[in-house]
Design a protein around this ligand. Structure first.
Ligand code: ADP
Ligand code: MG
Length: 475
């Protein structure tokens, strides 16, 4: 009666249980054994010769129960032995109709009332779910461990609790565990890590991009470090090649200009040689000379354009520079041109190269003169001013609050239509034919850029032109 209850309990256990006698014959085979092997109790009871191993492995071979009965037996895998219990975690390929399963088997001796061994019992537990999770986890861990991105796990204090290979490689450390991240990278702060800021740092001659994430469950952070040294080098190369391209374009278009002019020189020289008329020859020679003049003006401007700007920056008072320059300008401007200076009383200091400022003003004033063939007025103004709201789309909001010196040159000349206005800063754009170089405003633009300033132009045909240049005020 008791034995029957026991058998029923064993039958209902959630693990597979089977037992063999000393001859290796199956004594017991419970419900879970039937489920995982597909072999019914009635089919296997009493069978020997490793019959029970067939639904596990598809061949007859020893199982932990056999080792319990005969430790001399050669067992194909490593068993773990704890006292009388023999254990192993393994994959059985034939279980569940050939799908296979990860199982944990433990076998024990089976004793009778007087403690004589009468057989062995084996418990089989399906651990596939746990094992596959473990395998997945190991895979993920391997990916992180060998990832080209440096990974560290930190406590809130910054102490490192885990780091991968790349992190050690990037920091050239042998070990990082227990070290503090803020000692390794003093450039970064807890605030930046906490808020997942993307940060670029230089360390050991390399450029890195860094970003942290909060690990709520770990009470800490994970930090990712990407090596962007190559990327930066590549970007620099692109910038250099862009520069080379603009130099190439500049020189080729310069060469083109000069070639055109020389064709003119040659033409007039030939005409002069061919004519018998001395007066005629003289007029050809005059034309020729005027072309030579504009060639040399072109070359001068190009040399000036190629010159490095901002060579000797210093703190200068704009009013003094303009006043000194205006004496020279007044002497060289035509008589029908009035030059008017209009300054604010307070100091107007900027940090700039004096020659650059002179260059800006000379270019704008000469252009203004060119725009007033019938004569007119050129007004140079300078005062402290904030950038007006209307230019916000060109400067960005940040600039609006700062103090600038606004230097403006205004004329009462012919003005410009929209098409011209759009092109005036382009190298070699000119509406003056052979007389122009198209480099004056290009030069002005470059200088203003270099001074971290802005240049705006307002002009309409017949209504004159106003150039406004904003240069940061140096106090
Ligand atoms: P250049 O004076 O040699 O033509 P710039 O670069 O100095 O070259 O000027 C480019 C063009 O911009 C001029 O040819 C002219 O059409 C236009 N421009 C510049 N300043 C003025 C101005 N004050 N009034 C009208 N047009 C101007
Ligand atoms: Mg000019």
């Amino acid at each position: 009666m008791k034995e029957n209850i026991l058998k029923r309990i064993i039958r209902l256990l959630p693990d597979g249980v089977f037992a063999i006698d000393l001859d290796g014959r199956v004594l017991l085979w419970n419900r879970v054994m039937e489920e995982i092997t597909g072999v019914k109790e009635a089919e296997i009871i009493g069978k020997g010769n490793f019959e029970y191993s067939l639904p596990f492995y598809g061949c007859r071979r020893p199982m932990p129960v056999d080792y319990v009965l005969n430790p001399e037996i050669s067992y194909p895998e490593d068993l773990s032995i704890k006292g009388e219990t023999v254990e192993i975690e393994t994959f059985a390929p034939k279980l569940y109709d050939g799908k296979g399963a990860w199982i944990r088997m433990s076998a024990h001796p089976l004793l009778d009332e007087v403690c004589d061994i009468i057989g062995a019992v084996q418990i089989v537990r399906d651990i596939t779910v746990r094992k596959t999770a473990e395998i997945e986890l190991r895979k993920l861990f391997n990916i992180i461990e060998h990832s080209p991105v440096g990974v560290v796990v930190l406590e809130f204090s910054g102490e490192i609790t885990y780091c991968n290979e790349s992190f050690l490689k990037y920091t050239q450390l042998k070990t990082a565990i227990k070290k503090n991240i803020f000692e390794i990278f003093p450039q970064i702060s807890l605030y930046e890590i906490h808020n997942s800021y993307l940060k670029e740092i230089k360390s050991g001659g390399k450029n890195f991009r860094l970003r942290g994430i909060r690990l709520e469950e770990e009470n800490g952070y994970a930090l990712f470090l990407t090596d962007i040294t190559e990327l930066r080098k590549y970007e620099e190369q692109i910038i250099i090649s862009h520069k080379m391209e603009s130099v190439r374009r500049l020189t080729s278009s310069y060469a083109h200009e000069i070639k055109n002019m020389l064709t003119g020189v040659k033409g007039f020289a030939q005409l002069a040689l061919q004519t018998e008329n001395t007066e005629q020859a003289k007029s050809y020679m005059e034309k020729l000379l005027s072309i030579v003049d504009s060639v040399s003006m072109n070359i001068k401007e190009i040399l000036g354009f190629g010159r490095e700007f901002g060579k000797n920056p210093e703190i200068i008072e704009l009013k003094d520079v303009i006043k000194n320059l205006s004496t020279f300008l007044k002497a060289s401007l035509r008589e029908n041109i009035d030059l008017i200076l209009d300054f604010e009383g307070r100091p107007l200091t900027v940090f700039a190269d004096k020659t650059d400022i002179e260059k800006i003003i000379t270019n704008l004033v000469l252009n203004a003169q060119d725009a007033m063939p019938e004569g007119g007025e050129i007004r140079i103004q300078a005062k402290v001013k904030q950038i007006p709201d209307k230019f916000i789309s060109l400067t960005g909001e940040k600039e609006l609050a700062k103090e600038y010196i606004c230097l403006s040159v205004e004329d009462t000349g012919v003005g410009m239509d929209e098409q011209t206005r759009e092109k005036i800063f382009e190298p070699f754009f000119t509406t003056k034919g052979e007389k122009g170089s198209g480099l004056g405003l290009t030069t002005v633009y470059h200088i203003v850029q270099m001074l971290n300033g802005f240049i705006f132009v307002e002009s309409e045909p017949g209504r004159g032109t106003k150039f406004e240049i904003y240069i940061p005020l140096k106090q």
